[in-house]
Ligand binder design. Structure first.
Ligand code: RP5
Ligand code: MG
Ligand code: MG
Length: 280
């Protein structure tokens, strides 16, 4: 797997904790480093046993089944089998300078889903806009500004235990980009349009490890980024975006190489642009 970078940044999100610096050549667990001494950090809130978090390892009655579907909790990694050393799972990409769970709830993989909602950029006459340099049409995607760090990102979120990833993608988009909760009874016109968009054919853009700043040596983010595309632009033209939940702002953003986004989301957008033949 490719190395990580955001997973090495200090301070650890939401804290003053400085990660143990990890030089690039020591990221891999295969690199010998007997004196490696990561900082132990699990956010106080995670230790209060919220329903989305695991107990401490070694707690009575907690015997997680790693590399397996553990009851409703998916502890298999999209990266393949990960090592469990002395009962503690190991980040499949490598060292991060922090042990424990940081802000993450699960030991091992923490599964998320990222809905990439796209349309072609149009001018006021409804014609597609192409980039002057590359001559390729410009794609737009729905981005949110995260409340936790102020960075722009794909409106993704965690897969609840037992939840289908397709349901997570739809739910998180509604929560973060429309500020609506589905299943609230009678469907509004816009909910129907969104329903239609999510039942259309989609494109898997990325599945695997996320280079998330919250990752630790023992807990890490993984995602499935899936593209739902409004080819004509008619489906989404009347939809009013409204930020909700952990999103502070929401807007359509032009896809380009200048995108600076949370974690390695820009990489997902790059793959998306290539798959759709869009300007980057
Ligand atoms: C990223 O964190 C994922 O790619 C996804 O966008 C997001 C999920 O976490 P929350 O938005 O729920 O904090 O790693
Ligand atoms: Mg969310
Ligand atoms: Mg989110």
């Amino acid at each position: 797997a490719a190395a990580h970078a955001k997973a090495l940044t200090s301070p650890y999100p939401g804290s003053q904790v400085q990660r143990r610096p990890v030089p690039p050549e020591k990221i891999s667990w295969a690199a010998d480093w007997p004196e490696y001494d990561p900082v132990d950090y699990t956010a106080p809130y995670v230790l209060t046993n919220p329903p989305w978090a695991d107990p401490l390892l070694g707690s009575e009655g907690f015997s997680p089944q790693f590399n397996a579907l553990d009851g409703a909790v998916q502890r298999e990694s999209l990266q393949g089998t990960y090592s469990v050393v002395g009962g503690v799972p190991r980040n499949p990409v490598g060292r991060t300078g922090v042990k424990g769970r940081g802000l993450l709830g699960r030991w091992g993989p923490n599964h998320a889903a990222d809905p990439l909602i796209t349309r072609w950029k149009q001018d006021s006459d409804g014609r597609r806009v192409t980039d002057k340099g590359t001559g390729k049409p410009i794609l737009q995607f729905v981005a949110i500004q995260r409340k936790d760090c102020g960075q722009w990102a794909i409106p993704g979120g965690m897969v609840d235990p037992g939840e289908l990833v397709s349901a997570t993608l739809h739910r998180e988009f509604c929560e973060e980009a429309l500020n609506s909760l589905e299943g609230s009874g009678d469907q509004s016109e816009s909910e129907k349009k969104i329903q239609e968009l999510f039942s259309q054919e989609h494109l898997l853009i990325y599945r695997g490890y996320v280079d998330d700043p919250r990752n630790t040596d023992n807990s890490w983010m993984e995602t499935q980024a899936v593209n739902y595309h409004d080819e004509t632009g008619h489906l989404l033209s009347q939809i009013r975006l409204e930020a909700g939940d952990d999103a502070g702002k929401v807007q359509w953003v032009d896809v380009s190489g200048d995108c600076s986004l949370y974690a390695n989301h820009a990489r997902f957008i790059h793959i998306l642009a290539q798959k759709r033949g869009a300007h980057w």
